[in-house]
Design a protein around this ligand. Structure first.
Ligand code: PMP
Ligand code: GLU
Length: 396
């Protein structure tokens, strides 16, 4: 069968592929340790599950909902943004989607014409560039320097801006680096975007997962002008351990949101009804489990970080948020005799049965990504196996 040109250049999600490979090896009986997916390992909190059960039993989850989401959830999103961002939006400025991933997908479909450019700082989350391409847009990558904690600067942005630039994506805290932009850095980037009339796509999905003395400033809160230029992308997957429920949302410019709703109306019709009722409870119900899970991630980070530094050749600045470590393994690869990071991660999987994600999928050729959204025993064993793998290769 002759498939579309679109599929010829499409890179499938490396995170999902790595996780699938690990599952396949496991199903063949191999003792695989997987730190691939950014997916909290906690069950969805009980009160949220209960709200879903009630929605099913009452019959209200049986039917299509409004494409943009049930009114209760759009209202809950407004209250949530009011509480955590201190910003007020109208219902018409909100859209509920099948995960934050689909919010981004419909955004690019609504925003881009062929050849329109979107600036994407690297290392980037794996889906941004591919989603831009699926909308016939052109991703323009700007490399955040490791020496600058992987953050990009206005000078770098200005050097790639063209008349075709329409938007810039900002993901802070970042997947995969865990770095967080400061208020001052965001103000500079925001003012530059306003001055050039660009849309800021603020992927705030890890905003509640910040550690130590670090804080998260949503870029939309910096000034009214910046807020007018920002589309907020967020969701319940990460902070409420609800990845499987598939609920995300977008908040921002009314016309843009309406165009996104229209596209969703012709693609998914509506986000799953039962999940929407669960998300209402997540956003409006007790929030103590969010903090309990955050603390668990923080504890793992504090224990895992020094352990990872013990892997020969590894360089890593301590992440500030999200739940990933993105060490530079150039030195480690040299010790083991690899010069390609994907070959290195493939060897780790096939020979040591450690599944993690190649940095290449995030636009970084010297790094690997480990997710610590998994239990401590797995994390500790993972690092020990990597260390043993390196020592073994060194001897050969
Ligand atoms: N943005 C980033 C940076 C992510 O890591 C993820 C993880 N899946 C998403 C968006 C999408 O999340 P979801 O579709 O589960 O809401
Ligand atoms: N965002 C998570 C990750 O980066 C989940 C997988 C995905 O959607 O890519 O691992």
């Amino acid at each position: 069968m002759k498939l579309s040109k679109r599929t010829e250049t499409l890179e499938p999600s490396v995170t999902l592929t790595a996780s699938a490979k690990a599952k396949e090896l496991k199903s063949q009986g191999a003792d695989v340790l997987s730190v691939t997916l950014g997916e909290p390992d906690f069950p969805t909190p009980k009160h949220i599950q209960q709200a879903a059960i009630e929605a099913i039993e009452s019959g209200k989850a049986s039917f299509y909902t409004q494409t943009a989401g049930i009114p209760e959830l759009r209202q809950a999103i407004i209250s949530y943004i009011e509480q955590f961002y201190g910003l007020t939006y109208d219902v018409s400025q909100t859209l509920v989607t099948d995960g934050a991933k689909f919010a981004l997908y419909v955004l690019f479909q609504a925003l881009l014409d062929e050849g329109d450019e979107v600036i994407i700082p690297t290392p980037y989350w794996v889906s941004y560039g591919e989603q831009v391409k699926l909308a016939d847009g052109t991703p323009v990558f700007v490399a955040g320097q490791e020496s600058n904690n992987f953050k990009i600067t206005v000078e770098q942005l200005e050097s790639v801006r063209t008349t075709k630039t329409k938007a810039i994506i900002l993901n802070s805290p970042s997947n995969p680096t865990g770095m967080i932009y400061t208020k001052e850095e965001l103000a500079q980037i925001g003012e530059w975007a306003v001055a050039n009339d660009l849309l800021i796509v603020a992927d705030d999905i890890y905003g509640r997962l910040v550690y130590g003395e670090h804080t998260f400033t949503p870029i939309a809160t910096i000034s009214e002008e910046i807020r007018q230029h920002t589309l907020i992308i967020n969701g319940v997957s990460k902070s409420y351990s609800m990845t499987g429920w598939r609920i995300g949302f977008a908040v921002g410019n009314k016309e843009l949101i309406q165009a996104m709703i229209d596209i969703a109306s012709q693609s998914t019709s509506n986000p799953t009804a039962v999940s929407q009722y669960a998300a209402v409870e997540a956003l409006t119900g007790p929030q103590d489990t969010v903090e309990e899970m955050r603390l668990a991630f923080e504890e793992r980070l504090n224990r895992l970080y020094p352990l990872v530094l013990e892997i020969p050749g590894v360089k890593l600045v301590k992440p500030q948020g999200a739940f990933y470590l993105f060490p530079n393994v150039k030195g480690t690869m040299e010790i083991c005799g690899y010069d390609d990071v994907t070959e290195f991660t493939d060897a780790l999987l096939n020979e040591a049965h450690v599944a993690l994600v190649t940095g290449a999928g995030f636009g970084a050729e010297e790094n690997i990504r480990l997710s610590y959204a998994t239990d401590w025993e797995t994390l500790e064993k993972t690092v020990n196996r990597i260390k043993a793998f390196v020592e073994n290769k060194r001897r050969k």
